[in-house]
Design a protein around this ligand. Structure first.
Ligand code: NDP
Length: 279
């Protein structure tokens, strides 16, 4: 299984997303079962946020992790408008309550907002000191933001930047990924399946061909592509236990140079820097 070092732990390069959980798109039992199936398949990183379902996704995760908290490397995110020094503590405590745990492994700033990065970092460091979180990171920060973050007191303790990255969103390869690789900081790829759209759009027949050659499936190829160089952790979301297991299988799939060339042709990278995209 492909693994990488994330927040001081060796974890599989595929994790579990939870956006839209707790919102009635699937039953709660299905969502809980899907997270548990991913963990049973050996996945560790579970990604959630106070934003998802207004806290309802964290409650689903809490139920999935009941009596098995230590199986997960648990990541949640704070809203930018809660990211003042005192605000992060209040938001974190509310997340912990919904998650039914006493600590997060990693706490992320969901995106940049009105509070200076230095203030948010100070708030995160307070939480580390008090044992409420193990480490902290950011999300949706572009290379300029990361350079700014590196200059604030304590900013070098950031353990990840979670960004939109998949076969149809390759902008980070131009500037952000070379920078984070150089810094030895893993990136979390969100929406690694482009919310399933890349399974049906242009290029999907190439995904199918590559999948067939490996006895794999198109989503597994798309996910294996995201994590191919060992510096990226992809966090697909599925509310189905079967698809969560399928996604976990992507950590076992090694793409060949020939596969990568075919995927490059079907899903070309941009020629030059593009502003960081978000969803
Ligand atoms: P994904 O790219 O993970 O796609 C999820 C969609 O793909 C769902 O509709 C799911 O349906 C479907 N799907 C998953 N696996 C399969 C499969 N094997 N075969 C077919 N369909 C599949 O999109 P997300 O936007 O959910 O991104 C993943 C996670 O990243 C989020 O859940 C969240 O945790 C995080 N995120 C973070 C953001 C940020 O700003 N930091 C922004 C967006 C996402 P089904 O559930 O029915 O299987």
């Amino acid at each position: 299984m492909r693994t990488l070092e994330f927040a001081g732990q060796e974890v599989p390069a595929i994790g579990l997303g939870t956006w839209y959980m707790g919102e009635g798109r699937a039953t709660r039992a299905e969502e809980v079962a899907a997270i548990r199936a991913g963990l049973d398949a050996g996945l560790r990183v579970v990604d959630t946020a106070e934003m998802y379902g207004d806290g309802a996704a964290e409650e689903v995760v809490g139920e999935a992790l009941r009596r098995r908290r230590d199986d997960a490397v648990l990541v949640s995110k704070v809203y930018p408008h809660h990211a003042s020094r005192g605000g992060v503590r209040r938001a974190c405590e509310a997340s912990l309550e919904r998650l039914g745990t006493d600590h997060l492994d990693v706490y992320l700033l969901h995106w940049r907002g009105q509070y200076p990065l230095a203030e948010t970092v100070a708030g995160f460091e307070d939480l580390v000191d008090d044992g409420l979180i193990g480490a902290w990171g950011v999300s949706n920060l572009d290379p300029d933001d990361l350079r700014e973050l590196a200059c604030v007191p304590g900013g070098d303790a950031c353990v990840t930047d979670q960004v939109l990255y998949n076969l149809t969103r390759r902008g980070p390869e131009i500037d952000l990924l070379p920078m984070t690789r150089e810094a030895g900081m893993p990136v979390m790829a969100y929406s690694p399946l482009e919310q399933a759209r890349l399974l049906f759009g242009s290029g999907s027949e190439v995904l199918e061909d590559v999948a067939d050659a490996h006895g794999a499936t198109p989503p597994q190829v798309a996910l294996a592509w995201c994590v191919r160089d060992g510096s990226v952790l992809a966090i697909p979301k599925s509310a189905s236990a079967e698809r969560a297991r399928e996604n976990a299988g992507a950590a076992e799939l090694e793409l060949t140079d020939e596969d990568l060339a075919a995927l490059d042709e079907a899903f070309p990278a941009p020629d030059g820097p593009v502003p960081l995209e978000t969803l």
